[in-house]
Design a protein around this ligand. Sequence first.
Ligand SMILES: [Zn+2]
Length: 198
Amino acid sequence: MSNEELLTTMFAVHGKRPMDAQFNEYLKIFDQLGNDKSKKLFKHVRDNEDKFPTIKQIWGIIKSMSLIQNKQAQLESYEDCYYCGGVGYIPYLLSPKRDERIINYTTEVYACKCSAGRDVPNSIRRYFDTFQDLQFTETLEGFNYAQLVTKKQREYCNKLNKEKEDGRVKQRGDKRGINTLAENNLRETLEKITGRNS
Ligand SMILES: [Zn+2]
């Protein structure tokens, strides 16, 4: 099986249909490993992993199986990107208090400037071309920036829900706007990658 076929099967085994951008990220890793090692990785994931591994987890598995040597460690350099965690996407938090299209805090995704971000489709706006600075300047130990934004989103959502319960915020009707299917897919992926669901 080619790397592409291996990966397609790996997603299918876990009942997943990947987005193109996501598929390509995994494929890059498979291509870096080469076909023989990719087969080993595929078998391991198929037989031992209950959940489909994130990019970060994939690298952990690769290391634990000693599929890469130290001199190949630079292969994973893009994985260490602080802004996106190696996924290529950086979330931007939108507030329902400022954005009429949404009824709760949600995130829009932008492409990162790292190598993973450069492979993100051109239809996705570039974060650092769009904004001068990061939306949040603080850092949180053990969190990359994407995870920090996800954490913020959760906190703001909780706060807003509390305010709604208290009747301090007038609720708007359920407007459909920004939460298109594609947007949801991206967010779902991002949440998976930033560990929100794990
Ligand atoms: Zn990045």
